[in-house]
Design a protein. Structure first.
Length: 208
C-alpha cells in the first residue's frame, strides 16, 4: 500500500558536483511537495538545476543532503536495491531518446512494459499500438529509429514511459508539444474534466 500524502516531498535538499575546491553547489535548500495525480512543470534557465532535481527525485542520483520522500519512502540513505525498485516504477524520457537502434518503435515501447510483469505483457501489442497511434505514429509502428525523425523518436520515448507512476522529461523542443498535450488530455479524462491543464508557452523546460 502506498502511504498517504504527497507523491514527492523534498525538504532542505542541497546538491553539489565535484569535490574540494572544485566543488560547485547547484541546488540550494529546495523545499517542494507534489500532490498525487498532479502535472508539474519545472521552469528555469539552462544550468539552474532542473535536470539534477529530476534525477534526484527519480532515483538516478543519490541524495547528498536533505530529505526526499517518494511515495512515502525516504530516499536519503536508501539501499541500491530500493532505488532500483523505484526506478522500475518511474518513466524517464531523455533528450537523446535512448531508443534501441535494433528495435522497432513497437518493440521499444514493449521494453517499457516488461518491467511491469506478465500481466502488462499479455496485451503489449494492443497497448503499444494504442499509445503510438495516439501520438501520431500509427504509420511508423514497425520503423527502426534510424528511419524516424528526431521528433518521432521523442514521441516513441514518451510512449515507452507512459505506463509508469511518474514520468519526467526535458521538453525544451517544439517536437515534444504534441506528446505533452496527449499526456494533458489523458490526465484531464482521468480527473473527470475535459479542460486541459497546460497551454503552450515559451520557457516550458521540464514536465514531471
Amino acid at each position: 500500500m502506498i502511504a498517504a500524502g504527497p507523491a514527492i516531498a523534498l525538504r532542505n535538499v542541497n546538491h553539489w558536483f565535484g569535490e574540494g575546491e572544485a566543488s560547485k553547489q547547484v541546488l540550494f535548500d529546495i523545499d517542494l511537495a507534489i500532490a498525487r495525480g498532479k502535472l508539474t512543470v519545472l521552469v528555469g534557465a539552462s544550468g539552474s538545476g532542473k535536470t539534477t532535481l529530476l534525477t534526484l527525485m527519480g532515483c538516478l542520483r543519490r541524495v547528498q543532503d536533505g530529505s526526499i520522500v517518494l511515495l512515502g519512502t525516504e530516499l536519503n540513505g536508501a539501499t541500491e536495491d530500493l532505488l532500483v525498485a523505484f526506478r522500475r516504477r518511474l518513466g524517464f524520457i531523455f533528450q537523446a531518446h535512448n531508443l534501441h537502434d535494433s528495435l522497432t518503435a513497437m518493440q521499444n515501447v514493449r521494453m517499457g512494459l516488461e518491467v511491469h510483469g506478465a500481466a502488462a505483457m499479455r496485451d503489449w501489442r494492443d497497448a503499444a499500438a494504442h499509445v503510438l497511434i495516439t501520438l501520431g505514429l500509427g504509420d511508423r509502428l514497425d520503423y527502426l529509429p534510424a528511419k524516424l525523425s528526431g521528433g518521432q523518436k521523442q514521441r516513441v520515448a514518451v510512449a515507452r514511459a507512459l505506463n509508469a507512476l511518474i514520468v519526467s522529461w526535458p521538453c525544451r523542443t517544439g517536437g515534444l508539444w504534441m506528446a505533452v498535450r496527449w499526456v494533458d488530455r489523458r490526465y484531464a479524462i482521468h480527473a473527470g474534466t475535459n479542460k486541459p491543464l497546460l497551454r503552450r508557452k515559451s520557457g516550458l523546460n521540464s514536465l514531471l
